[in-house]
Design a protein around this ligand. Structure first.
Ligand code: ATP
Ligand code: MG
Length: 522
């Protein structure tokens, strides 16, 4: 699209401001060091000017005035102090002084940092650096100037501040929200807080409504009530959704869904896959027969189904004798209420306002899953997820609602069992469809991979990461995701500190961010 003159004027102004900011940083008082030997395109060592080692620490942002012709934004990673007089390789007078408890000479001492390059600074923002960084180039710190102002991204969409600089807001690229987000750190280190205080506000600001699944009911429900957001009673919403969904789908699919629902309730579900599949087909066929003559009571439907399904089993399973009785009896064991509900769904229930519309009206909705068994929680989640999948996959509707799945390993663990297999699959589906139909998923977990982590098929869908203090079992995964970050430093991060990287980050290298908790909302 052609840019208007006004827009072009605004951009030029922004570009000028950014170049002015660089001039304000490149001043003697901000100079901290000189690039040393062995500098590359993405990495360079800086030798600190005497005394500056006291002012600049790891993860600090710096500007390199590259003698090869460009200006580069970089971050201090690994730091090290040198004093050849104290080398452990050979005897020296310095070591002798140390041995007798005297202070050796500091004359040959130096301090270096490894700099990880964020990118080349241009009037249009930051772009990939392609020039070798020349040894002897000068390096400057930003002091009171916000380096993120150099990035030509909307500073309104902030996701916290940079390390110890409260005034340096870190912007996020909201166009990548539908590529999904992951938040990881050990227990009690601030995942839920980051989501509540930073990610949810960012999502709503970017125009998304938010649906949060609160597994225990104490992470989001109390605060949602205080803020006046919708809190959906899990059973009710799940039932309503079943109604809406069943009203919308065609007959064939309706029987399929009902058969699946019934299967979840009966004992046969724990038998082999072939039996389960055959039972499902038999139930589906039986439903068609039993629902033909407008039954009024759940009790009648139940008896009809138990009878028909068990005799239809032979059409789908070669030796049905063993399972016929189990199928018949286990259908009989299900409560009559369950079949009453079935009848209600098939009648086509009253016109309720679409659930998605209701979330959108309140902007933020929380599904309270507390006070029930795990399988029941998963069933409720599954029901809502199926509804969303149907909206995207079949109806091709744009959703505009972000899903927050806290305690993600409960829904999509490393090795899913039973119902978890279904929830894992459907989360993968939602992620795949969500990119096109605006349904971002935010997954929150203590662990990233392996036994403590989330399922690999789901994890592959995450494109923006927030990683705080990791669990020791996650060191390998962290090494892959954060190759230039010191793992010991990562394992000692304070509460509420996260490395932010991936496609929502304006920087190609991870940024260490923090956030404040707003006391009022606690
Ligand atoms: N940025 C922060 N500043 C100060 N305190 C924080 C910050 N972030 C989190 N906390 C505090 O740390 C505690 C744990 O936070 P939170 O519940 O968000 O952790 P979590 O990682 O979700 O834990 P869990 O694994 O148990 O779900 C809370 O008491 C919270 O107030
Ligand atoms: Mg939590």
């Amino acid at each position: 699209m052609e840019k208007s003159e006004q827009e072009r004027g605004g951009e030029e102004q922004g570009g000028e401001n950014r170049m002015k900011l660089i001039d304000e940083v490149i001043k003697d008082e901000n100079r901290i060091g000189i690039i040393g030997d062995g500098a590359e395109v993405t990495w360079a060592p800086v030798i600190l000017i005497e005394g500056k080692e006291k002012n600049i620490g790891t993860e600090e942002l710096v500007l390199i005035n590259n003698l090869n012709g460009n200006k580069i934004l970089a971050v201090c990673r690994r730091g090290y102090g040198r004093n050849p007089g104290l080398s452990k390789e050979r005897y020296s007078p310095g070591r002798a002084y140390a041995r007798v408890g005297e202070l050796p000479s500091p004359s040959r001492e130096s301090f270096d940092f490894d700099l990880s390059v964020i990118g080349e600074i241009t009037g249009d923002g930051i772009r990939q650096n392609k020039l070798i960084i020349a040894p002897r180039s000068e390096v400057y710190m930003f002091k009171d100037k916000n380096p993120f102002e150099l990035m030509n991204v909307d500073m309104q969409n902030e996701i916290g501040y940079y390390k110890d600089h409260k005034e340096w807001k870190v912007p996020a690229l909201v166009e990548y929200i539908p590529y999904h987000i992951g938040v990881f750190c050990t227990t009690g280190w601030g995942k839920t807080s980051l989501v509540r205080h930073k990610i949810v506000p960012l999502l709503t600001k970017a125009g998304y409504s938010v649906l949060i699944f609160d597994w225990k009911g104490d992470d989001y429900v109390p605060y949602a009530k205080k803020e006046g957001y919708n809190v959906f009673e899990a059973n009710k919403i799940s039932e309503e959704i079943s109604e809406i969904l069943l009203k919308e789908v065609d007959k064939e699919e309706k029987y399929e869904i009902l058969a699946e629902e019934l299967l979840k309730e009966i004992r046969i579900a724990s038998k082999g896959a072939r039996v389960v599949d055959a039972s499902k087909k038999a139930i589906k066929e039986a439903l068609k027969k039993c629902l033909k003559d407008n039954k009024e009571k759940g009790k009648d439907l139940k008896e009809c189904l138990a009878d028909e399904a068990s005799s239809l089993l032979q059409n789908y399973y070669p030796q049905p004798e063993k399972y016929k009785g189990i199928l018949e009896n286990s259908i009989k064991e299900v409560s009559e209420d369950f079949f009453d509900k079935f009848l209600k769904y098939t009648e086509g229930a009253k016109q309720e306002k679409d659930f998605i519309e209701r979330i959108k009206e309140g902007k933020i909705g929380v599904v309270d899953l507390s006070g029930r068994e795990k399988d029941e929680k998963l069933k409720i989640f599954l029901n809502i997820a199926k509804f969303l999948r149907y909206k995207m996959d079949v109806k091709k509707e744009e959703i505009g609602v972000a899903l927050i799945i806290d305690e993600a390993p409960q829904y999509c663990p490393h090795k899913p069992e039973g119902l978890e297999k279904e929830t894992t699959n459907i989360i993968s589906d939602l992620c795949a469809l969500g990119r096109s139909y605006k349904l971002p998923v935010v997954l929150i977990s203590q662990g990233m991979s392996g036994e403590i982590g989330i399922n690999a098929a789901v994890r592959r869908n995450i494109n923006t990461w927030f990683i705080g203090k990791i669990h020791p079992l996650d060191r390998e995964e962290a090494k892959k995701l954060l190759p230039h970050v010191d793992l010991d430093f990562l394992q000692s991060l304070d509460v509420g500190h996260f490395y932010f990287f991936g496609n929502m980050s304006p920087s190609p290298v991870p940024l260490l961010i923090r956030f404040e908790i707003d006391e009022r909302s606690e």
